[in-house]
Design a protein. Structure first.
Length: 148
């Protein structure tokens, strides 16, 4: 019975919006018509030496902030939130085995949850939905082998 009521609610909700396309994204007709955007490489903010191991550690700072970007031709620019104010965000090119810290500073107006897909990092630095950084705060993400 519960599944039926959930399904019924979904059907009723979809019927309520039938014919109302104001809330829908417009069809994107330019797929594969524009070159793939390659984000710029992120530069190291500074490098310091770990006094215990003697290893050099690269430190990066990323400003997460709102900006406007044209997404659909003929429509007004969309308000987005991006890393260093761009979308897609910057590219990190790091040397394998070299320690790094990436600081994400939340300059937005909402909570932020960063997910580091593809990084070799511990669970605490991989991000999850409830791991939020409030506006005006920052979180440091450590990469291998610094935090292992």
């Amino acid at each position: 019975m519960r599944c039926l009521s959930v399904g019924l609610v979904a059907i009723l909700a979809s019927q309520a919006y039938a014919g109302d396309d104001e809330w829908l994204s417009p069809e994107y007709k330019e797929i594969f018509q524009n070159p793939l955007p390659f984000p710029p490489d992120k530069k190291v903010t500074y490098t310091y030496k770990n006094s215990t191991t003697g290893n050099e550690i690269d430190f990066y700072e990323v400003d997460v902030k709102p900006f406007e970007q044209q997404v659909y031709k003929g429509k007004k620019p969309a308000r987005l939130v991006g890393y260093d104010g761009i979308s897609p965000g910057p590219t990190f090119r790091m040397t394998k085995g070299r320690e790094a810290v990436v600081r994400f500073l939340n300059h937005g107006d909402k909570d932020l949850s960063v997910h580091l897909h593809g990084s070799y990092s511990r669970a605490a630095f991989d991000g999850w939905a409830e791991d939020v950084t409030k506006p005006g705060q920052y979180k440091d993400y450590c990469t291998y082998p610094l935090c292992l």
